[in-house]
Design a binder for this molecule. Sequence first.
Ligand SMILES: [Zn+2]
Length: 489
Amino acid sequence: MDQAETAPTAEEIASLVAQRLISEGGLEDLAGANLMTIEDRTIEEVDRVTRLVMDELLAKQAQQAPAVTACPKCGGPMHDRPAQHRALQSRRGKVNFKTEVLHCEACRLDFFPQMRTLQCDVDHLHTPAVLRKISIAVARDSSYTAASSNLEDLAELKVSAKQCQRIAIRIGNERIDEQQERIDAYTAASIPDQQHGQSDGAPANGWEGRVAVIQCDGGRVQVRDDCWGNDKPEGKKHRWWRETQTGVLQTYQAKPTGEDPTPGVPQCLKDSLWVVPKLNEIHRGHVPVDSSEKEESQSNATRPEDSQETTCDAKGELDTTAKSSRTPRWSGGDPLVKTIVATRRGYDHLGLTLAGEAFGRGFNKAESKAFMGDGLKVNWSIWSTHFSHYTPIVDLMHALSYVYAAAIASRGRIDEGWSLYLDWLDRIWAGDVRRGIDALQQIASSQDEVPEPIRRAIIYLSNNAERMKYDRYRCSGLPITTSPVESTQ
Ligand SMILES: [Zn+2]
């Protein structure tokens, strides 16, 4: 008889489990049980069943495995060693199985064919699904202790803080190795391939209607220094803040169109309550304290929060979730796949990392590609080194922060400055930066002493005018703000 015909249905299994719970599984007093008890007992019992099912499947898999005889390293003969017991922490508790061990005398190595099939490292104590949860908790929480508590409270997994730390460091190092492999693949490619090719492992997805965008930015992170945990030496200051370099590689579903999909300025950019705090925050983080010639501070900038959502509805009310399908996006289409890379090894390394990642994802095959950043010179040096075949775009919000500060400095009264900002905003939005610069220069020439914000805005807009053709970028379905990378900091 066919196996499938005799297999019990899920309903039949459920009925058996329910019977067990009522007869001897802790729910003997079902009539008086509250929902907390029913849920707890049911899950305990079903988890136990899940573990037994996994044990059985793993045992069956071991029996079905094809015989391996040749050593994967030297091709020589291998002989059986006694099977080894394995216990792995799964999402539903410990699963147990015996796994075959083969030994190569010449290489003096043990091989575990089933562990390879399962894609589990031999010395891991957790299943890949649990390792994934631990990595997420460690990345999202502020400490290993917090990650450990959250894993227990939210994922019902007991993993000590020390284990979290060990696993995070191990997986982090594996990720760094993978990153280096992608960089090596990129640097080993010929220059034409670097600009037009892709790595062998690039995803096989088509690029029709998709645009590829790379954004980079600097940020800050607190790292314990050498004095951590010891008495501070006389006269020595703690230095917690370190610079990070971050990049986002994102694809968008956006059919390029012949005409500007959003010719009118979105209401939120004209709403002072929404936009002014954001522009001030960006500007504070970017204007150098020593006001040297540099148009941007190179380090220790405070970063804007995850604040630049790029949708707002017709009434100008902020859609903080930016998920509403009713609201058209004004910066890029619907986001598809996002990869985040980060380093503390400087911008040259960030450039290589981004290039390796883009090569690995096949970005060269996209018809429409953009490289984005703020006005920081180092961003554009990455662009010219690795991404000169991408459209360069300066973040609209950074540009507007200079324009706004200049508008306020041009007028004695806030309301007059505000209407000047609205006027310039129209021009910048339409990609007519030249007229914005002309207007600023006219104001500058009429003053004995040019206020600093006006001088800086003229430099910023002049340096970046070629990267501010926002109307054209919208036609190509490209984003015009760097909010994805800002929100990773
Ligand atoms: Zn061997």
